[in-house]
Design a protein around this ligand. Structure first.
Ligand SMILES: [Zn+2]
Length: 201
């Protein structure tokens, strides 16, 4: 019989509540003179709310949700709330081998607002994004489907961060591969606009 190991390498025990927490929900909190603590997202938010005097801040822990994209593929999204001074960020992301990868979404709300309402708005935004494909597979491999590409600038370990790994339609695409796709339009013009993760185009 196989036994699950109690501590997987991607889990960290929260220094405050003792809960095993996946790496994506751990915050290294503190200062150089007072030392650092590894806090789970909930303990970090509690601490941030206390420091900012946000007595009405209500944290929430949302269960993963599966959404289907326009090609019929299901994507399982995990959620994370993060309080930061003037706002609260609600993130949705897919996981691959325990790390955020694929589609990633964020929405920012009022720290003392209703997180359930914010979640509703985030899910709407996710549905809108999942209903469009910017990349399609043609006879020449992956191609830009309709002249507009929207995605996320990610880190490429293989390139040691010299060039990005971009994420389009929840799919990781190397800079080289993206360059190849652009060559279909050789001689055409393009416009590049960069936006914060929480903003919409
Ligand atoms: Zn904790």
């Amino acid at each position: 019989m196989k036994r699950a190991r109690s501590t997987s390498p991607r889990q960290t025990r929260c220094d405050n509540c003792g809960q095993l927490t996946p790496a994506y929900n751990v915050v290294n909190y503190g200062s150089a003179d007072q030392g650092y603590k590894q806090l789970c997202g909930q303990c970090f938010n509690q601490e941030a709310a206390r420091l900012d005097g946000l007595v009405d801040f209500q944290d929430a822990r949302f269960e993963p949700v599966s959404l289907v994209d326009c090609a019929g593929k299901a994507h399982k999204f995990h959620f994370r709330t993060r309080l930061f001074g003037p706002g609260v960020a609600l993130d949705a992301f897919e996981l691959r081998r325990g790390y955020p990868a694929g589609y990633r979404f964020q929405i920012i709300g009022e720290p003392e607002g209703d997180l359930l309402v914010l979640l509703g708005r985030l899910v709407e935004k996710m549905r809108r994004a999942l209903s469009i494909k910017h990349i399609s597979r043609g006879t020449l491999g992956l191609q830009i489907a309709d002249r507009v590409v929207q995605g996320l600038i990610g880190w490429d370990d293989a390139a040691e961060g010299r060039v990005p790994l971009i994420v389009v339609d929840g799919r990781a695409i190397t800079w080289e591969e993206f360059g190849r796709m652009l060559m279909t339009f050789e001689g055409w013009q393009f416009k590049l606009e960069i936006r914060d993760k929480s903003e919409e185009f």
